[in-house]
Write a protein that binds this ligand. Structure first.
Ligand SMILES: Nc1nc2c(ncn2[C@@H]2O[C@H](COP(=O)(O)OP(=O)(O)OP(=O)(O)O)[C@@H](O)[C@H]2O)c(=O)[nH]1
Ligand SMILES: [Mg+2]
Length: 400
């Protein structure tokens, strides 16, 4: 831009009403003139208004551009859930081109975002009481990842042909199948509702395999009990309500042997959310279980499952060791309490990190399923539950 000399500027201003508005506006934007100077030289009122309107429109556009950029940045920084991105695409707040240019999202992902849909489906109670087998309970706060662990374990076991579902738990099986289908589309479950009717179990039979992957002829019937984390939180606060919370339908106080999965949310802890509450709830529930019917007497193992291991620091190589040390150090009082209960009741203590896969869009979309952790967990369940010859459990006919 060349600065106007005093004389040319004055000549320009004298003839200001002969100059088209968009040129005056351009000269104002470039700093050669000011609107005040134009007014001083009696620029027509209507033209002054036009210039003001253009100025406001420009400012609005600048603000919109900044907002758009901020939205793209949030998407790029993994701060926006997939449904919000989908909505922004539908309403034109972001465009396909913008996403391709300003974020790491590619065409394939844009297609997935457009097609994304999440149907609410909650577990329904099986009318049948729990059958014989080893019962597995998931205890942990709401959002800690219990349902995701369940879905991941079943997804893996079915893929590997390790489980045979027992149809007495048909409602639980239907729910589990939906979870798996959704998981394979990257879709995560809704929070499990905190109602007794929504407590369910999935009965299945784990087939024992030897080191070469051949069936040994032994099986271990398992009942996975699915319930809301709110029940766990309520059980911590009101131990007298146990039969309506973690012992809904009497599953926990039943005669079966149990594996208790304590689901410890690593991400919740590392982001400083409910830090004390997570640990306090485990303490309270553990003390409650110690006195509650024979729940700890009938417990074969307590598993410390440190979920969201994909959020462990990047330089962690040995995730097993990290999860174990994290729990012992950061949940010290729970750990001490667990050891004393172990000495009293004789169960085993096991720790394991867990991740259902790699996540995108603020943990709202799973874009790669991890098979390593469900593999380890299923193997460990096999080690800690009891295998018997098929017909010893009375669930297969003797001719089979
Ligand atoms: N990064 C990461 N996030 C996870 C993982 N597993 C679960 N999540 C996130 O945690 C959320 C809650 O997981 P759920 O399995 O529904 O939690 P829950 O413990 O069943 O919660 P309630 O049903 O309310 O008790 C998921 O929607 C994901 O956003 C994981 O392995 N890694
Ligand atoms: Mg759940």
């Amino acid at each position: 831009m060349t600065r106007l000399t005093k004389i040319t500027k004055e000549a320009l201003l004298k003839g200001i009403n002969k100059i088209p508005v968009h040129i005056i506006k351009k000269k104002i934007d470039e700093g050669e003139l000011t609107l005040e100077e134009c007014i001083e030289y009696e620029l027509e009122e209507s033209k002054v208004e036009d210039i003001r309107t253009l100025k406001i429109e420009k400012e609005i556009k600048e603000i919109k551009d900044q907002e758009d950029q901020a939205l793209y940045d949030q998407i790029k920084n993994d701060e926006k859930p997939i449904d919000e991105i989908q909505n922004a695409l539908m309403t034109g707040k972001v465009t396909e081109e913008g996403l391709l240019n300003h974020t790491t999202i590619n065409k394939e992902l844009i297609k997935k975002i457009r097609e994304y849909s999440r149907t609410p489906h909650s577990p329904k109670n099986n009318s049948e009481p729990l059958g014989p087998g080893t019962d597995i309970f998931f205890f942990g706060r709401s959002g800690s990842g219990k349902t995701c662990v369940l879905a991941s374990v079943f997804n893996y076991a079915e893929e590997q042909g390790l489980f045979i579902d027992n149809p007495t738990s048909i409602k639980g099986i239907n729910y589990k199948n939906l979870l798996i289908n959704e998981l394979n589309n990257g879709v995560l479950p809704y929070a499990t509702p905190a109602n007794k009717d929504n407590v369910t179990y999935i009965s299945t039979t784990l087939i024992e395999q030897d080191a070469e992957g051949n069936n040994t002829g032994k099986v271990s019937p398992l009942n996975f009990v699915e319930m809301s984390g709110e029940f766990f939180q309520k059980a911590a606060q009101n131990p007298e309500d146990t039969k309506d919370t973690i012992d809904a339908h009497g599953y926990l106080s039943g005669p079966n042997k149990k594996l208790l999965f304590f689901i410890v949310d690593y991400q919740m802890y590392s982001e400083g959310k409910n830090r004390a509450a997570q640990s306090q709830d485990f303490q309270l529930v553990l003390n409650n279980l110690d006195k509650y019917k024979k729940s700890l007497k009938n417990t074969l193992s307590i598993y410390i499952i440190v979920t969201k291991a994909d959020k462990f620091p990047e330089d962690v190589i040995d995730k097993d060791k990290f999860a174990n040390e994290f729990f012992r150090k950061d949940f010290k009082s729970v750990y001490t309490n667990l050891k004393s209960k172990r000495d009293k009741h004789g169960f085993e203590l096991v720790s394991l990190p867990f991740s259902i896969g790699s996540f995108m869009f603020d943990n709202s979309y799973l874009h790669g399923i991890n098979q390593e952790w469900p593999n380890k967990l299923v193997k460990s369940i096999g080690k800690h539950s009891s295998f018997k010859k098929k017909n010893r459990w009375g669930i297969f006919s003797s001719t089979e």
